[in-house]
Design a protein around this ligand. Structure first.
Ligand code: PGA
Length: 690
């Protein structure tokens, strides 16, 4: 059931999205046409006198951008909360409007798809009812819409779409519509467009006669026309069926100077004719009149007829002549027809044998550099090749392709993220991949005898903030001198950074001046303690036996022990490293039972690598850690060994950590020098993200 609902919601979404994109785009490429349509509505509502032109033009650009953008947003399913609601609001408004149009018939064509697709008012109403239902479905179950792009990247789609569509409108205003859906596109034979084909449907009319006899009036038709005793009063003729209407039906040219209809003469003229088109010279843009005059001069030189077709008053024509010095003849043509012919006021048309072969906005008129020879010898005098395909390609390359590439990149990114999350959450996958079943990855810092209290607290704070802002992929612990512990515990969020001591006493309590017990460490809020570090063995004479006591007390007080082991350089050179390490473990921790073992973390630190800048190679470290795991397995079983975290320590830094941590047996690091600066320490922690 839910699946079916998801399918229905997404079909509705697609239907709405494609309709909005199409209707927005065809409006955007013809902003003037859209403005004219808005004017029609305002006239029908008797509001046209109150709304200035710039408002309707702005409204046209805005409406196109809104429809197109909402369509794209819905297609990509971005802003799922607001977009479906806006679309629903628009559909409610549009449907109400079309009910009115259907009932009152104030405009012939709703203008939903500009001039690209013409629908009757009934068809528009049906279409809007279907879309309204779709909009309700989508708004109700908006969360069922599948996203095409992740939330974090949706801003790119939002901005790119709005910028693209507004720029498209502005360009089409400056030039001419990129796609011309009107009956006067380049290549049109105007005369042919006016023809009514043979056998075309004829319009039908019915005439009613109102007759009177003996003071009584009655209606008759031709079929039941009465005898002569009835006296004729009036007659009414109504059209009952519209006949075929040719695509061009209101095109006529009347020469103002003589009042002569020259339509036939112009359209049948063999050769070229320039038609300067201006529905209203009063509103025409006069910034390029110099170019127009030059073209007129050129036309006169080469005997090409040149007319200005306008629906302006004599006064406006005279103003234009005074302003521009125009010498060309003026003709009258229907205003609506002129607005349909070219979306530029003024605009220029070039006819050859009555066929439109060129159209220019006043911003892109041919220049004198181009008009150097008779038209027959110039490129602009030839019928241009149909470049619709290349224009469609341009749209695809500039809008569709970038969005498509963005979507592919985004999906790949989302997919890799999904895989990463899956890996993290899928323990079985982890087991097979890394053989690191439940093992914790740990990066622990060992500050040693560095930093005073204030410096230590500041560093702890900094580390805590950095890791709270960007969750690490491992457990992080900082081990500090005793005096820092209580204060540092205050600034750490224990769920982000763990805290440990660097040592504890081998006595429980009592008269041991200068010592700090495990229970005291625990009471500060610390959870870990480092024991068996080579520096303590070397400088403070800590033997395996003493360490054993310390380990027992630490565990008894609820601390986790990071137990260090490692060989000297001589021992390694003598190839005694395995023996030494095993002896250290056996001597101090292998007496523990399986339960206590769970709180032991081993840190292998070859003494020759500590603080020397000399790191064991990742292979050397891996070899030793694998060995340690094997002896843990011998003692506590394979499963316990798999769960024991074993760290490497000794000159570990951000640059070598990724390589070290990539080894299957290395579960993290115990870091000395590089744990004293937040950035260095974080660099090592981040190695787990690579
Ligand atoms: P180091 O010290 O990172 O400065 O070499 C490691 C340690 O002693 O724990």
């Amino acid at each position: 059931m839910k699946k079916l609902r998801i399918i229905i919601v997404n079909i509705c979404r697609l239907l709405l999205a494609l309709t909005f994109i199409l209707s927005g785009y065809v409006k955007a490429v013809d902003p003037l046409g859209t403005q004219y349509k808005l004017d029609d509505y305002l006239i029908a509502m008797s509001l046209s006198d109150y709304v200035p032109d710039f408002v309707t033009l702005g409204g046209a650009v805005g409406l196109a951008a809104l429809e197109f953008s909402l369509g794209i947003f819905l297609l990509f399913s971005v802003r799922r909360r607001i977009v479906p609601r806006l679309i629903l609001a628009m559909m409610v408004f549009m449907t109400a409007l079309t009910v009115w149009i259907y009932a009152a018939d104030p405009v012939k064509d709703c203008g939903c798809f500009g001039d690209a697709i013409k629908l009757t008012n009934g068809e528009t109403l049906a279409k809007n009812i279907v879309l309204l239902v779709c909009a309700i479905v989508v708004a109700r179950w908006r969360k069922d819409m599948k996203r095409l792009i992740s939330k974090s990247n949706q801003w790119i789609v939002l901005n790119y779409t709005v910028i693209y569509i507004v720029l498209t409108s502005l360009y089409c205003l400056y030039a001419l519509p990129t796609f011309d859906f009107r009956p006067y596109r380049v290549g049109t034979d105007i005369k042919k467009g006016m023809e009514i084909p043979e056998g075309a449907e004829q319009p039908e009319f019915v005439t009613t006669f109102i007759m009177k006899k003996d003071g009584q009036t009655k209606d008759f038709t031709l079929e039941n026309y009465p005898d002569s005793t009835w006296e004729f009063v009036d007659s009414k003729t109504v059209q009952t069926k519209a006949g075929y209407e040719p695509p061009i039906h209101d095109f006529s040219i009347t020469l103002n100077s003589t009042g002569e209809d020259i339509t036939e003469a112009v359209l049948s003229h063999k050769g070229y004719t320039f038609l300067l088109i201006s529905p209203h010279l009063g509103y025409a843009d006069d910034s390029n009149f110099g170019n127009i005059d030059q073209i007129y001069e050129y036309a006169t030189d080469y005997k090409v007829p040149f007319y200005c077709l306008t629906a302006s008053t004599e006064k406006d024509i005279q103003r234009w002549i005074d302003m521009t010095g125009a010498e060309y003849p003026f003709c009258t043509t229907d205003e609506r027809t002129l607005k349909t012919v070219i979306r530029s006021n003024p605009g220029l048309l070039l006819l050859k044998d009555g066929v439109i072969i060129g159209k220019w906005s006043h911003n892109q008129l041919p220049t004198t550099d181009e008009l150097t020879a008779p038209l027959g010898k110039l490129e602009i005098g030839q019928m241009p090749k149909d470049n619709t395909a290349s224009r469609i390609l341009k749209v695809l390359m500039t809008f569709v392709l970038p969005l498509l590439l963005l979507t592919i990149a985004d999906r790949m990114w989302a997919w890799s993220k999904w895989v990463r999350n899956k890996e993290k959450s899928n323990k079985l996958y982890q087991f097979f991949k890394n053989n690191r079943k439940m093992r914790k990855k740990i990066v622990a810092g060992n500050w040693k005898m560095n930093l005073n209290l204030q410096e230590g607290v500041a560093l702890a704070k900094e580390i805590n903030e950095a890791l709270a802002a960007e969750k690490p992929n491992c457990d992080v612990v900082i081990c500090t001198p005793f005096v820092h512990l209580a204060s540092v515990a205050q600034v750490l969020d224990a769920s982000v950074v763990g805290l440990g001591a660097e040592n504890c006493a081998n006595k429980e309590k009592g008269a041991y001046t200068g010592e700090v017990s495990a229970s005291m460490v625990k009471s500060t809020g610390a959870q870990y303690v480092i024991l068996g570090h080579s520096e303590r063995r070397q400088y403070y004479g800590e033997t395996a036996e003493i360490l054993k006591e310390k380990v027992d007390l630490a565990l008894a007080n609820g601390l986790k022990v990071i137990f260090c082991c490692g060989e000297t350089l001589e021992e390694r050179e003598a190839e005694k490293q395995n023996e030494v390490v095993k002896a250290e473990l056996v001597g101090s921790v292998f007496h523990l039972d399986a339960e206590a073992w769970k709180n032991i973390i081993i840190a292998y630190e070859p003494i020759w690598a500590i603080g020397t800048g000399k790191t064991a190679t990742s292979d050397q470290a891996e070899e030793m850690l694998a060995y340690i795991r094997s002896i843990v397995a011998e003692k506590y079983g394979k499963e316990a060994a798999e769960e024991t975290s074993i760290l490497y320590g000794g000159s570990c830094k951000a640059s070598n950590a990724p390589e070290l941590f990539s080894k299957p047996n290395i579960d993290g690091g115990l870091i000395g020098g590089a744990s004293l600066k937040c950035a260095d320490f974080k660099g090592i922690i981040d190695a787990w993200k690579k």
